[in-house]
Write a protein that binds this ligand. Structure first.
Ligand code: PBG
Length: 337
């Protein structure tokens, strides 16, 4: 028998934390963080064409959908209890100024109208950026190899207005141009779209975790990279400055992106700001889990729920995730047990 020697410092055995871990009912009772489908946003990639449902090779289970597929898709999303979609469009043609992003019959504008027609209560959030629409693949106007900040702002305002006019509830500027939230707010207000909210991709890092998405959306920069406007992954305090500025410029919600490698930023943002905070569980985070699960190396459901719970525990109110549909099913399944 091992002799028991209670250390005066640990208070053992009067403090036994295992007492509250005995059985699932008790563990549920004291659980600090609960995932709820109410807080999930499902990203969707939309393209022109008919009858297209193309699986994205590096993102198994995610598809590029043509417009006609949307009613069926949003019916499924709504039935699962997912309250919001984040939309990305793949245009037919690209040019130097990304004019497809603000075209009256542009892909996003058409998609928003279709979705609002079939599911008016579903919240539609539109990604507000130029990178998917420019031939050079950068998030702004390019001159002499430079992405110009202030010249880009005007276009972002124009894109925002066209998205709001199509029916978007929330626009989400993601280009990391300085002053973009203010420019977008001003332009929306001047056209009477006071009620359109802004979800700012406030601290968006220059991350390798976007790889699968760029392949899917064909939005890879054709020269250079995005480090001249997206944030350096090494910086945490700067992320708080970005959020502070965007809030001052009128953002209604702020985002940290990616999520998993930036939980410290989420936690600090939660402590510092009272705005709703969104975290983007991005394509690379999805692809890694899927690849390992397909090899049978991890338990997909357990890993995904653990990752998403951690993102929420760190401070996220809203979570944008390609796993949203799975989460809806898993949470139902667990509740029915
Ligand atoms: C466009 C944009 C990107 C993502 C969302 N909006 C790519 C990028 O900045 O290169 C990434 C989403 C993901 O990886 O899931 N600015």
């Amino acid at each position: 028998m091992v002799k028991f020697d209670p250390s005066p410092l640990t208070h053992y055995p009067t403090q036994r934390l295992r007492r509250l871990r005995k059985g699932e009912t008790l563990r549920r009772l004291v659980r600090e963080t609960q995932l709820s489908i109410e807080n999930f946003i499902y990203p969707l990639l939309v393209r022109f064409g008919n009858g297209v449902r193309e699986e994205i090779p590096s993102m198994p289970g995610q598809y590029r959908l043509s417009l006609d597929q949307l009613p069926k898709e949003v019916e499924e999303v709504s039935a699962l209890g997912i309250p919001a979609l984040l939309l990305f469009g793949i245009p037919e043609e690209k040019d130097g100024v990304g004019s497809g992003a603000y075209a009256e019959r542009g892909i996003i504008q058409e998609a928003v109208r279709r979705i609002k027609d079939s599911a008016p209560d579903l919240i539609v959030i539109t990604d507000l950026c130029m990178c998917g629409y420019t031939d050079h693949g950068h998030c702004g106007i390019v001159r002499d190899g430079q992405v110009l900040n202030d010249e880009t702002l005007e276009l972002l305002g124009k894109i925002a207005v066209s998205q709001a006019a199509a029916g978007a509830d929330i626009v989400a500027p993601s280009g990391m141009m300085d002053g973009q939230v203010k420019a977008v707010r001003r332009q929306l207000d001047s056209e009477g779209f006071y009620e359109t909210a802004i979800l700012s991709y406030a601290s968006k890092y220059a991350s390798a975790f976007y790889g699968p998405f760029r392949e899917a959306a064909a939005s890879t920069p054709q020269f250079g990279d995005r480090r001249g406007y997206q944030m350096d992954p090494a910086n945490g305090r700067e992320a708080l400055r970005e959020m502070e500025l965007d809030i001052a410029e009128g953002a209604d919600l702020v985002m940290v992106k990616p999520a998993l490698a930036y939980l410290d930023v989420l936690r600090q943002a939660r402590e510092r700001f009272n705005h709703p905070i969104a975290a983007y569980n991005v394509s690379g985070e999805y692809a890694m889990v899927k690849a390992a699960a397909q090899k049978g190396w991890i338990d997909e459901k357990a890993i995904v729920l653990e990752i998403l719970t951690a993102i929420k525990r760190a401070g996220a109110d809203l979570i944008i995730s390609y796993f949203a549909k799975d989460v809806a099913r898993w949470l139902r399944e667990d509740n029915d047990k």
